[in-house]
Design a protein around this ligand. Structure first.
Ligand SMILES: *[C@@H]1O[C@H](CO)[C@@H](O)[C@H](O)[C@H]1NC(C)=O
Length: 230
């Protein structure tokens, strides 16, 4: 009994500490709803990958950082910051557990052309077609935005029950003296549901999953934003 009580006490304090550390370290990121009118939902990408269209779970995590705290070399060239931010997300400690898990399960001869290692993830320019840990694929890229498909292996070209778009943005707002980093998630089931009229459409993600997803997004954001700071 004492052992059990002690174990409980220790885990209790540890989770409280972890929760507190989490709250403090991610307090500068905010999660916002993504309205139906968001530009991502009117892109040809969204029409192509969710043609039915099925309902989506959506949110955006934003984090502002003063310009003078950003590593100067990331601002020297237009478009460099969003690449570095993207690289920071996939090479950071917040993604580490998932990266290792995916590597153990899916790294092999068929996926060797994808990005798996921290160094490669840090250095990639994330050109269209780049595949990451057999779970993400770059669909579109410009100087401030990288849009990835997520939810399943890039080797699965067909529509998927677990599908989605994930957009990483880095907006340099000179007048305000800040950089605003964004992570926008739009998750859905892209498989056709022909009897949708007679049945309510299946929700893509339950409330607990959405909650957990938002916590995870905040961690990825904090980690990546810090890697872009000096
Ligand atoms: C980059 O692409 C995004 C998403 O399509 C768009 O909203 C944005 O205006 C583009 N930015 C530039 C600098 O072209």
């Amino acid at each position: 009994m004492p052992l059990l009580r002690k174990t409980l006490a220790v885990t209790g304090w540890t989770s409280l500490g972890a929760a507190l550390a989490f709250t403090i370290s991610t307090r500068k990121s905010t999660i916002h709803p993504v309205p139906e009118t968001d530009y991502l939902l009117s892109t040809t990408l969204f029409a192509r990958y969710n043609p039915n269209p099925n309902p989506s779970m959506r949110d955006i995590c934003l984090r502002r950082v003063p310009l003078d705290r950003i590593k100067p070399e990331l601002l020297a060239q237009e478009g460099r910051l969003v690449e570095a931010f993207c690289g920071a997300v996939w090479s950071g400690w917040a993604f580490e557990v998932q990266r290792r898990y995916l590597a153990r399960k899916y790294r092999g001869p068929e996926t060797e052309g994808q990005l798996w290692d921290v160094r490669d993830l840090e250095r990639s320019a994330y050109a269209v077609g780049t595949k990451i840990t057999d779970h993400f694929e770059v669909l579109s890229k410009n100087d401030s935005s990288i849009i990835l498909r997520c939810g399943d292996s890039p080797r699965v070209n067909a529509y998927r029950e677990s599908d989605g778009l994930f957009e990483l943005t880095a907006d340099v707002k000179k007048e305000e003296g800040v950089v605003e980093f964004g992570m926008k998630s739009v998750f859905y089931n892209s498989v056709a549901q022909p009897d949708a009229q007679s049945k309510p459409l299946q929700e893509p993600v339950g409330p607990y999953m959405q909650w957990a997803h938002q916590k995870y997004t905040k961690l990825l954001m904090e980690d990546a934003a810090r890697k872009c700071m000096q």
